[in-house]
Design a protein around this ligand. Structure first.
Ligand SMILES: Cc1cc2nc3c(=O)[nH]c(=O)nc-3n(C[C@H](O)[C@H](O)[C@H](O)COP(=O)(O)OP(=O)(O)OC[C@H]3O[C@@H](n4cnc5c(N)ncnc54)[C@H](O)[C@@H]3O)c2cc1C
Length: 369
């Protein structure tokens, strides 16, 4: 049976990331949103928290402190509470680090892992999502054909975070259209490879500071040595499940931010001689928000717990992803409602969390667990 009592290390990690988010992310979040800017100096600040280095074995230059999806869920909830756009951008190197760590060949680990635990932020990312309304991560339309010692990539990806500055992009592609998730490969493509085109920055409803890009591959040729895991390949479902548990945990962070803000506001806002928190219609919204935040967290942690046990987490991760995406919207909507007209204006952050929270039903495949 799952036991989510945090151990001493996890409590310390939670405390450290909570303080970091309160000091480094929350104070700049509104301005970054208004200006749609990602502050470059933040990348190294988050890098120093050691998300990559802690997980990488000593022989590749890391600290080898072990890796746990539950602990990651705890950390990303705190960071996303500070700001989810900045969190997603700063953690983008994990999108390449995790697949290589879990499935890379020895040569690939020796080549890439030392770079992923160096002193400076290493700008790499991944491209999974595709720009069509029927997008399904189990049915990718970006195709990787093997021709001798080379792989030829064709297709279009969207919402690739920080792709404009990435030195390498990990591209998920199918062996053939309709070949299913078992055929999905992860291929490392270098910046500047002929046939790789980074499009315009995407313009979205929320996540404004996070630079997201459309990426096109037209007969883009890479050596077969860039196929993560070589002929053995990757366990694509495990990476999808890691992503879903982590995105669920980030959604908890956004929902919790809105709930806590609305709770404080409702206790201080007097209307008709009483704090609005004592009115039943507001109290019910606050109580439901508290229930949903805890429920979302339990589902995200349960999926992460199963992943830590190397069990099939497909069901748990899918439930976590769906539930967290839906209930985040309920909680952030209540956040706006509880503030009344003040919730609709940009003076308060609830409208920003509302816009950011909406992204969780769209985002997929940011495997950073
Ligand atoms: C798009 C928009 C346009 C607007 N345009 C105008 C305009 O042109 N002119 C203008 O004067 N104003 C305008 N307003 C302001 C609007 O009239 C107020 O926002 C509204 O009256 C609510 O007041 P408030 O924002 O102070 O919220 P509050 O009164 O603080 O309410 C906050 C929350 O508490 C709840 N609540 C408050 N009192 C009670 C109670 N007794 N029992 C139960 N629940 C309670 C409310 O339902 C709400 O959910 C606009 C607002 C918006 C969002």
């Amino acid at each position: 049976m799952a036991d989510f009592t945090l151990d001493e290390d996890q409590r310390q990690i939670q405390d450290m990331t909570r303080k970091f988010a309160a000091k480094e992310l929350r104070p700049i979040a509104r301005n970054c949103d208004e200006e749609a800017q990602f502050p470059a100096e933040l990348l190294n600040k988050v890098w120093e928290l050691g998300f990559c280095a802690n997980a990488i074995p000593e022989k590749y230059g890391g600290y080898e402190l072990g890796r746990s999806a539950v602990t990651t869920a705890i950390m990303v909830e705190e960071l996303a509470w500070g700001d989810v756009s900045l969190t997603l951008g700063a953690l983008s190197p994990l999108l390449m680090m995790i697949p290589i760590l879990e499935f890379g060949t020895e040569e690939q680990k020796e080549e890439w892992l030392p770079k992923l635990c160096g002193e400076q932020f290493f700008p790499v990312t991944a491209a999974l999502m595709e720009p069509r309304i029927t997008f399904d991560p189990m049915d990718l339309r970006t195709i990787a054909q093997t021709k001798g010692d080379e792989i030829v990539l064709n297709g279009v990806k969207c919402m690739a975070p920080m792709a404009d500055q990435a030195e390498h992009i990990l591209v998920y592609a199918s062996a053939a259209e309709g070949a299913g998730p078992g055929s999905v490969k992860a291929i490392i493509v270098d910046k500047g490879t002929p046939g790789l085109k980074i499009g315009e920055r995407e313009k979205n409803l929320g996540l404004n500071p996070l630079p997201l890009f459309r990426v096109t591959f037209e007969d883009c040729v890479v050596p077969k040595s860039r196929l993560v895991g070589g002929d053995r390949g990757i366990d694509y479902m495990r990476l999808t499940n890691l992503s879903r548990s982590v995105l669920g945990a980030m959604a908890v962070g956004v929902a919790r931010a809105s709930y806590e803000y609305a709770l404080d506001y409702a206790k201080e806002r007097y209307a008709f001689g009483e704090p609005i928190a004592s009115r039943q219609s507001i109290a019910f919204m606050l109580a439901e928000s508290a229930m949903e935040v805890d429920g979302m967290r339990m589902l995200a942690w349960r999926a992460a717990w199963r992943l830590d046990r190397n069990e099939d987490a497909t069901r748990d991760a899918a439930l976590a992803r769906m539930y967290c995406a839906e209930q985040t919207m309920k909680v952030v909507d209540y956040g706006v409602q509880i503030l009344g007209g003040h919730g609709y204006i940009r003076e308060h952050p609830v409208e920003m969390w509302f816009r950011n929270g909406r992204g969780f039903s769209t985002m997929e495949g940011l495997a950073i667990g």
